[in-house]
Design a protein around this ligand. Structure first.
Ligand SMILES: [Zn+2]
Length: 486
């Protein structure tokens, strides 16, 4: 007995030692910052004015059946043409479906796989009921001591303007890339990107069998985003979740409510929904989330680092903790959100049917078909029909992080934002870059702008703004990106 106790004691000690060793030696491996030369041929105040003017043009994407104001979009394209004369005269460019723009900056070596820089200039409407809460006119492009403000400042005109400023400065200083650079500027991202980014991607994929890398919005340098971590984290999206809405429908025989069946169509549907909510999708650590945890762990308190450094041993405990918050739970599983329910017409009439809509955000590695199957099994009632609504988006493939490109990208970000740490992560929403899925495993979703966590709610929200110094850093980022990621 004593012997067994001794063996167990030694076993526990060994385990503790392994866990401690893993924690102490755990290394998130932030690559060193790249060294960058100052930008040449760049006029900072002029760039800020250009950005402000771009924000003043209300290029709003309305939800169909409403249509865009084509005069405004035409005005925006003309504005870019006047503001960036070198880009429009030296690069080959074309309009795609009237208002999206595709520039080709021919590289000196046509054999090399090209780079695609993506951005979009359409913006979401401003909810008129929230107008009084705006501190300024959303389309004033107002510049204060610290910020530039306006709808689209963060999403996504900052990237449109920063890319064009960078390219314009490089052209003025006679830089010529070795690989071809495409600049793809969409005009309908906020309503799905079908006419812009999708068509551009189709065209480019037809022409090129591979891409050096594609970069689009989807991440940023965020301070306060991760609890327990002081430095800002540059989040580089290496995959995005999928999207599907399922309709759950029951039918009933109807009749007078004075002699009801035990369960009406509504009751039956409600029971199915309850089963679904009580059985969430299984949680797991996907490669983007593993990569994220690994990158941020060294900056976390030991109490958190110990779990990440020992994921194979303590993963289940960490999972349990992360599932407690909806934000972190969304990183680990396909999420279930019952969003719409309809049924019944009158208080004394048995309903002849009921229907609910349930929205799912799908984890990479799963598909919308998997979701449907899981829901059918979980609801487990053949009287409830489960059908997919149109508009499902499969989760993206996971981009590679073991390439020199990814390391260079991280080094560049650290040069532009020296205080930031970089981390791959899983994007919760969909970006236009999904149209390159399957064509390359090097899609990186990252906007080179600095935000406080609270600023995130300003995207599509009230008082959208960008720090003016961050706008300049964004230009620097693209200026060097085109040069160092050759
Ligand atoms: Zn956007």
């Amino acid at each position: 007995m004593k012997k067994i106790a001794g063996i167990i004691g030694i076993g526990i000690l060994a385990l503790v030692a392994i866990i401690a060793w893993n924690t102490v030696t755990f290394n998130g491996q932030q690559p060193p910052a790249a060294s960058l030369k100052p930008m040449a041929a760049f006029d900072e105040p002029a760039a800020l004015t250009h950005f402000s003017k771009a924000l003043q043009i209300p290029t709003i994407s309305y939800e169909p059946p409403l249509t865009i104001d084509s005069t405004v979009f035409e005005h925006f394209v003309t504005y870019l043409e006047q503001t960036y004369p070198e880009t429009f005269s030296q690069l080959q460019w074309q309009r795609v479906n009237r208002f999206s723009l595709l520039f080709q900056w021919k590289g000196s070596d046509p054999q090399l796989a090209p780079i695609v820089l993506m951005a979009h200039y359409d913006v979401v409407p401003v909810d008129s009921s929230s107008l009084t809460q705006w501190e300024f006119d959303p389309f004033s492009g107002k510049i204060t001591d610290e910020y530039i403000l306006g709808r689209g400042a963060l999403d996504d005109k900052v990237n449109v303007i920063a890319i064009l400023e960078a390219v314009e400065a490089l052209l003025r200083s006679h830089f010529r890339p070795q690989r071809t650079v495409y600049i793809a500027i969409g005009h309908d991202e906020e309503i799905g990107g079908n006419h812009g980014a999708r068509q551009i991607a189709r065209q480019l994929i037809q022409k090129h069998s591979r891409f050096h890398f594609v970069i689009d919005e989807g991440g940023a340098v965020v301070q306060g985003a991760v609890r327990g971590i002081d430095p800002p984290v540059a989040l580089i999206g290496i995959a995005e979740k999928g999207y599907v809405t399922l309709e759950l429908r029951t039918t009933g025989t109807g009749g007078h409510s004075s002699m009801p069946p035990a369960h009406t169509a509504i009751g039956r549907l409600a029971a199915g929904i309850t089963r679904l909510e009580n059985h969430p999708f299984p949680a797991r650590f996907t490669p983007p989330t593993r990569g994220f945890l690994t990158a941020v762990a060294p900056y976390m308190p030991v109490s958190a680092r110990v779990f990440i450094a020992n994921l194979s041993l303590l993963g289940p405990v960490l999972k349990k903790a992360l599932l407690k918050s909806p934000t972190t739970a969304a990183m680990l599983r396909t999420t279930t959100a019952v969003t719409v329910i309809r049924g019944g017409v009158k208080d004394n009439v048995i309903p002849t049917g009921a229907r609910a809509l349930v929205n799912f955000r799908i984890l990479p590695g799963e598909t919308s078909d998997d979701v449907q199957k899981y829901v059918e099994q979980t609801v487990a009632d053949t009287a409830i029909r489960v059908e997919k609504l149109n508009g499902a988006i499969e989760p993206s493939p996971v981009s590679r992080t073991d390439t020199p490109i990814f390391t260079t990208l991280r080094r560049l970000i650290r040069a532009v934002y020296p205080e930031a740490i970089t981390a791959p992560y899983l994007v919760m929403g969909a970006t236009d870059s999904r149209y390159y899925a399957g064509a390359t495993d090097r899609v990186y979703r990252f906007s080179p702008v600095f935000l406080q966590k609270a600023d995130l709610s300003r995207i599509h929200g009230i008082n959208e703004r960008v720090r003016t110094d961050s706008f300049t850093q964004a230009i620097r980022f693209y200026y060097h990106l085109v040069q160092v990621l050759q």
